[in-house]
Ligand binder design. Structure first.
Ligand SMILES: [Zn+2]
Length: 60
């Protein structure tokens, strides 16, 4: 029996993710905490929120 260390990789950045430093997202996958936060921010940024649509009007 060869010891096979569990290599957990962050699926967001693809790098090795130490269990003590990783976070489990809503899919049960290990991610870096910073990657998780970045993803949440990115998700909310992508989300079509109510933006102020400024119509270009000839203001002269
Ligand atoms: Zn990561």
């Amino acid at each position: 029996m060869s010891p096979s260390p569990v290599r957990t990789c962050c699926w967001i950045c693809g790098r090795a993710c130490p269990l003590e430093n990783c976070k489990i997202d809503e899919h049960g996958l290990a991610v870096h905490e910073e990657c998780y936060v970045a993803r949440v921010v990115l998700k909310s940024a992508t989300n079509p929120s109510q933006k102020n649509r400024v119509l270009e009007t000839g203001d002269e």
